[in-house]
Design a binder for this molecule. Sequence first.
Ligand SMILES: N[C@@H](CCC(=O)N[C@@H](CS)C(=O)NCC(=O)O)C(=O)O
Length: 216
Amino acid sequence: MLTLYGINLSTFTRKLRLALAEKGIDYRFEQAPMGSARVRALHPLAKIPVAEHDGLVIPDSSVIIAYLERLWPQPALYPQPAAGFAQALWLEEYADTRLREVTLPYFAERIVKPLFQGRQADESVLERAGPLRDEAFAYLESVIAGRCYAVDDRFSVADIAIGAQLVTYQQGAGLPDAARWPGLARYLEGLLVRPAWVTLLAEEADALAAARARRR
Ligand SMILES: N[C@@H](CCC(=O)N[C@@H](CS)C(=O)NCC(=O)O)C(=O)O
């Protein structure tokens, strides 16, 4: 049995859980916040997620998903053709880095500060975040080009990585504005109704509702 250490509402934990759900892999989910003693003992960078399988400790969502693909090849999350494979890896990398940078301020200001720290959002942070968000969303709008999936018109790890980050954005700022990025908004709506996503995101919505209730 695979054990996953992380927490819900963590973007990279979500990314991995989406991959596990899409592949239909059973796992044990052990709540372990980033930087906790448990995580520090398992992950050299003290980040989440980290997984343990048959005595092997595997850090990093991208590495874990690639490992899962070897052991559970179907349904495949990586395109077979070399060009599609490269594009999927690139978009996964883009999502994990630039899109992460773009989406995190919205979650930090609108969710973490008010719900988990009892502090007010600093809207000036979000004003400064706008231009980079606009640039990244315009790039994704052109990559997706009105299709349902980011690469080769079939679901892949690129959609999981992009979708996981866009959910973080949605939790802080709502869906991408369909008037400005119609393809991106439709693309995300299509991902959000996938059965594996509905279940996981309902769990996250409950966690957010509970945090809101505690603050009232
Ligand atoms: N490249 C890593 C990124 C993991 C990551 O940054 N996780 C966040 C939580 S969503 C974290 O642990 N942050 C704590 C930190 O950066 O120290 C992955 O894909 O697993």
